[in-house]
Design a protein around this ligand. Structure first.
Ligand code: PMP
Ligand code: GLN
Length: 387
């Protein structure tokens, strides 16, 4: 008899993420992988050279717990340039191991057993497990197709005395919806007199299109004082594998955030932080990202003209959703398109706790033109039904 009793899972609903599943399926079938969100190209040679420079200069030991000073200072300047907001580099900016860590640390800093956390869904997959590991209960506010705008009346109804935190994601993965100033005002009005904190996942802050502009929660005076703004360099500089992110939050919140971060990872990869600090000194490096991706979105959509899919151009992020008419569930279609025509996508039902199926597939267009052209060509050949 084994002396070890069986381990009771703390996350009974969690399995392998859809991103791993679809990327593996794409690899098995040699499909073009437009599923998991990562660029199909490298970060700029100048940025890579900076990493090499700092590696060779011997910046290879632990960074300070809060992040290296030049990076915190560069982020303070970027936030000032971009949002006209000052965050103190010593007390209000913390560098993390990806936005994933920042989100987890912020949620952990706030949520206690019994607390309710409002989550807009479809939702990025890391929020709910982080809430549940802290004993909190997610309360879902569903965004409805086709626009996925926020129903503020629904938010008002779902706020209770137990609501401790609201998680906002703008620009939004997977819908591409970009929150407006009005959205921020509505949120601020609803929580003004309550002890409710906000985690703002703004990892796609530099990727918005057409007339849509990212409005950071940092820019809203009432929200700023109760918000942990989480960002990631992975999205902005095409280096998702580096896993370097950050959290901007008022000093009182940052103090609590750091207590968690200190024991989650303690600190983040040193030479890359120095490289990013130097690279950030040129604002054009992050200001040019929106136009770069808009060109890719437009290219992809032009190539899809004549397909049976329908779409609304994405407002932001590097994802485009395509809808289809046939009754087959989105998960099944995503798998079949991967195997049968060689294009992998993400079924958007996975981002809903009850797997709401809007017959919508999410495609990542952060790829070179050749890949996008080939993928679109294959998607155009799909007749719009399955046999
Ligand atoms: N939030 C959202 C909405 C994302 O799409 C991602 C990217 N995977 C993350 C957080 C995580 O960012 P990072 O890779 O920096 O941990
Ligand atoms: N954020 C990426 C996406 O939405 C995936 C990140 C991951 O694989 N965990 O596709």
């Amino acid at each position: 008899m084994s002396l070890v009793s069986s381990l009771t899972t703390k996350l009974p609903k969690v399995g392998t993420t859809i991103f791993t599943t679809m990327s593996q399926l794409a690899a098995e079938h040699g499909a073009l992988n437009l599923s998991q969100g990562f660029p199909g190209f490298d970060g700029s040679p100048a940025l890579l050279a900076l990493v090499e420079k700092y590696l060779r200069k011997g910046f290879n030991q632990y960074a300070p717990m809060t992040g290296v000073q030049p990076l915190r200072e560069a982020l303070a300047r970027k936030t000032e340039v971009q949002y006209g907001q000052g965050y103190h580099p010593e007390r209000e900016i913390t560098i993390t191991s990806g936005a994933t860590e920042a989100l987890f640390a912020a949620i952990t800093a706030v949520v206690r057993p019994g607390d309710e956390v409002l989550v807009f869904e479809p939702a990025y997959d890391s929020y709910v497990p982080a809430i549940e590991l802290n004993g909190g209960t997610p309360v879902f506010v569903t965004l409805d197709a086709p626009d996925f705008a926020v129903d503020w009346e629904d938010v008002r109804r779902k706020i209770t005395d137990r609501t401790r935190l609201i998680i906002v994601n703008t620009p939004h993965n997977p819908t591409g919806y970009v929150w407006t100033r009005n959205d921020l005002d509505q949120l601020a009005a609803l929580i003004q007199y309550r002890d409710i904190w906000v985690v703002a996942d703004e990892v796609y802050e530099h990727i918005t299109f057409d007339t849509y502009n990212h409005v950071s929660l940092a820019q809203h005076p009432q929200l700023r004082e109760r918000t942990f703004v989480c960002g990631s360099f992975g999205k902005t500089f095409h280096v998702t594998g580096w896993k370097v992110g950050y959290c901007l939050a008022p000093a009182e919140l940052s103090t609590e955030f750091r207590k968690v971060h200190q024991y989650l990872t303690f600190s983040t990869v040193t030479p890359i932080q120095y490289a990013l600090a130097e690279y950030l000194n040129e604002p054009e490096h992050y200001k040019s990202v929106a136009a770069f991706y808009q060109q890719k979105r437009d290219f992809f959509l032009r190539q899809l003209a004549g397909s049976t899919f329908q779409w609304k151009p994405s407002q932001g992020t590097f994802f485009q959703n395509l809808s289809y008419q046939t009754k087959v569930p989105d998960y099944e279609l995503a798998v079949r398109l991967t195997k049968e025509i060689g294009v992998a996508s993400i079924p958007t039902s996975v981002f809903f706790h009850q797997k709401n199926d809007h017959k919508l597939l999410r495609f990542c267009f952060a790829k070179d033109e050749e890949t996008l052209e080939k993928a679109a060509e294959r998607l155009c050949q799909w007749p719009g039904f399955v046999s």
